[in-house]
Every structure is written in structure tokens, then in C-alpha cells.
Design a protein around this ligand. Structure first.
Ligand code: DQA
Length: 147
């Protein structure tokens, strides 16, 4: 069985494609999942692609990833800027963690410049749109090769 990478998406990302498309683009989250799965297949890894609007659910999925996944890719959305709980959960995970943001958070409101999750992330990809997710899959796969 191929190695599993958990891909987590936080609040409001279920509305991708409808939500502020001038910032987040026209692709839906299903489109993002399809592109990530294509990339994963090419690299010989599998993905568990998930979205929740609830912090506790994301914490639970990070805990599950501790036993079933070799890496985590996470776009925590607004929880990026507020959630010590997500930081603490990610800090219990031993494999690579890549943080992704579709938009360039550093070009926007100043409150988006701070990320709690970045204190744990091994890599951060911002402002590359949906391609950022594909790059994150590539990065985790490369990091796993090195281990
Ligand atoms: C986001 C950036 C966050 O600031 C925002 O709250 C989001 C999406 C991004 O992908 O650009 O919901 O994480």
C-alpha cells in the first residue's frame, strides 16, 4: 500500500470557487482534490483529502494522522491566525508538515501575516493558488524520500 498523506482544509474552504474568487480563484475544493490526487498518483503516494469548518474536527483528524499518515498538508484558513490548538496538535505529529495558503497572506490585512501553524510547519507555500497544494504534495513526497 502506498504511503498516506493527510490534506486538511479549514473553515470556509468548502466554498472555494464561490467565495471571493478574485482572491481565491474559481476552482472548487473538489477541483483542488482532483489536482492533488493526480500529483499524488504520479509520485506514488495516496491522499486523505478533508475539509471542516470546525477546529475540534481538524484537531481530531491530526490525531488520526499520527497513526495512519506519513505527512500532513494543511491550509488552516482563518484558524491559521488564531489556533494554538491546531499548533499543539500538529506538534504531536512526527512527519513532515507543510502549510499552504492560496492567497499571499503577506500582501493582505496585517492580521493574516501571523500564523501559529508556521511555528510547527516544515515548509510554507503562500500565494501560489491551487498550484501551492500540488507543490506541497511534491514537497512531502520528496521529504519522505529523504527519510
Ligand atoms: C487562506 C488565507 C487565510 O487568511 C484565510 O482566512 C483563508 C484562506 C488562503 O488559503 O489564502 O480562509 O488560508
Amino acid at each position: 500500500m502506498s504511503k498516506l498523506i493527510t490534506v486538511l482544509n479549514g473553515p470556509n474552504l468548502n466554498l472555494l470557487g464561490q467565495r471571493e474568487p478574485h482572491i481565491y480563484g474559481h476552482d472548487t475544493l473538489n477541483d483542488v482534490a482532483a489536482r492533488c490526487n493526480k500529483e499524488a498518483k504520479a509520485l506514488g503516494v495516496s491522499l486523505a483529502f478533508k475539509q471542516s469548518n470546525h477546529e475540534g474536527q481538524l484537531v481530531d483528524w491530526i490525531h488520526e494522522a499520527r497513526t495512519d499518515s506519513v505527512g500532513i498538508i494543511i491550509n488552516p484558513a482563518a484558524l491559521t491566525h488564531t489556533s494554538i490548538a491546531l499548533l499543539d496538535a500538529l506538534s504531536t505529529f512526527e512527519g513532515p508538515v507543510i502549510e499552504v495558503h492560496l492567497s499571499n497572506v503577506h500582501k493582505r490585512e496585517s492580521f493574516r501575516a501571523h500564523s501559529y501553524v508556521s511555528l510547527r510547519a516544515d515548509g510554507i507555500i503562500v500565494g501560489c493558488g491551487v498550484q501551492g497544494y500540488e507543490l506541497a504534495v511534491q514537497r512531502v513526497a520528496r521529504m519522505l524520500e529523504a527519510t
